[in-house]
Write a protein that binds this ligand. Structure first.
Ligand code: MTE
Ligand code: MO
Length: 393
């Protein structure tokens, strides 16, 4: 960072990962986040939140430098993997235990899976009336390859009592107010999701160390559910005998109205339900919106589709504002809970302005809506079709 600024930052080693020096954050052209590809869009710098434009997400396996960042508080500084520990406790654990990172790595079978991560608020910027929070467009999603161990193996080693209902995580990050008695976020999932084959305690991403911003040296990955369930900088997991009641589990956080409401309607907290599996969605990544393309030459349209806990059954494309649709080639996921590649082709016989729309359908037959679906107070779960503009000349 000092090199970018052209000056020495004396206390740089104490600076929390993800804190952008004010001098950089103030430059009108924005700046490049250390460790990130050029072009990521910073939505907030205290704490850091940044999304990835769709055209930068074309890789089947999202590289580290293209993965969005969502921090609720300030990441821990001076993380030491050699002394890191994970505590397992809670009302419904048979024997509470503490594991070092080394024990976790050596004592349980390793798993490598490609797993998608999407923020529950991805797409929020399209809701009217506007919902407060990070104004994500489409880029709070990615699908890297994670290596770790099954959470189930560790929980079973400690013993899960019949009274177990939920797990709740704690991380080493700090609340944005600086108040040490408050946690930044502490969420969880029901036991059934916690015990799934694909729910990982990950210590590696894309074959290497997890970057500081993404939860080094240990994080949860609960793919297909809101990204907020995938706790970073993981220090503790409790097996709870009730629905976990940590920070951002209660009130309106990561909840939507249990029954649909009118846009802007006031909703009582007692009428808000916890978001579980994310809805079906797709993203066109092979073409940058605004591309100029020749008349009568087929244009290849590729991207990814995903559907929370489910698989995607079909992806269609339209180049005429939804009047006609053509079915794409759709690949199987490399493993459960990874996004799926789609490829199609469109041809435009007349010059002019076009939009390419993509629409995915999940295995239960649910299809992406064309318009922004179900307004909700916090602006979660917008899975409206992705649209890319093309000028044919
Ligand atoms: N400890 C901790 N874990 C966390 C968060 C956080 O702020 N602190 N953010 C959550 C949210 S809301 C999302 S969407 C994902 C984002 O993961 P990423 O920043 O690695 O992309 O991490 C989740 N895990
Ligand atoms: Mo999130």
């Amino acid at each position: 960072m000092g090199a970018v600024l052209g000056l020495n930052i004396p206390y740089a080693r104490n600076m929390p990962a993800g804190l952008i020096p004010a001098a950089l954050a103030d430059t009108p052209e924005g700046f490049r986040i250390p460790g990130k590809h050029e072009g990521l869009v910073v939505l907030n710098d205290r704490p850091l939140n940044a999304e990835t434009p769709a055209y930068l997400l074309n890789d089947d396996i999202t590289p580290n430098d293209r993965l969005f960042v969502r921090n609720n508080g300030f990441p821990p500084s001076n993380v030491d993997a050699s002394t890191w520990t994970l505590d397992i406790g809670g009302e419904s654990v048979r024997t509470a235990k503490r594991f070092t990172l080394e024990e976790l790595k050596s004592r349980f079978p390793k798993q490598t899976l490609q797993l998608q991560l999407e923020c529950g608020g991805n797409g929020r910027s399209e809701y009217r009336p506007r919902a407060r929070g990070n104004q994500w467009s489409t880029g709070a999603v990615g699908c890297p390859e994670w290596t770790g161990i099954r959470l189930r193996d560790v929980l079973e080693e400690c013993g899960v009592q019949d009274s177990a209902v939920y797990i709740g995580y704690q991380g080493a990050d700090r609340h944005a107010s600086g108040d040490p008695t408050k946690s930044a976020i502490s969420r969880g999932v029901p036991m059934a999701k916690a015990l799934e084959d694909e729910t990982l305690l990950a210590f590696s991403i894309n074959g290497g160390e997890i970057p500081a911003l993404h939860g080094a040296p240990l994080r949860l990955v609960c793919a297909g559910w809101p990204g907020s369930t995938s706790g970073k900088w993981l220090t503790r997991i409790d097996i709870r005998d009730r629905v976990h009641d940590g920070t951002k589990m209660t009130g309106k956080a990561y909840r939507v109205p249990c029954t649909p409401v009118a846009p802007g309607e006031a909703v009582d907290e007692s009428e808000m339900c916890i978001i579980e599996s994310m809805p079906v969605k797709s993203l066109i990544t092979s073409i940058r919106s605004g591309t100029v393309h020749p008349v009568n030459e087929p244009i290849r349209v590729g991207g990814h589709a995903w559907a929370g806990d489910l698989e995607v059954r079909q992806v269609e494309l339209s180049g005429d504002f939804g009047q006609t649709w053509s079915t794409c080639e759709l690949r199987e996921p490399p493993n459960r809970l990874a996004w799926q590649r789609f490829e199609g082709e469109l041809t435009f016989p007349v010059e002019g302005y076009y939009e390419i729309w993509a629409r995915a359908t999940d295995q239960a037959g649910r299809m992406q809506p064309m318009l922004v679906p179900g307004w909700n107070p916090k602006g979660y779960l917008n899975n409206a079709c992705h649209r890319v503009a093309v000028r044919v000349a």
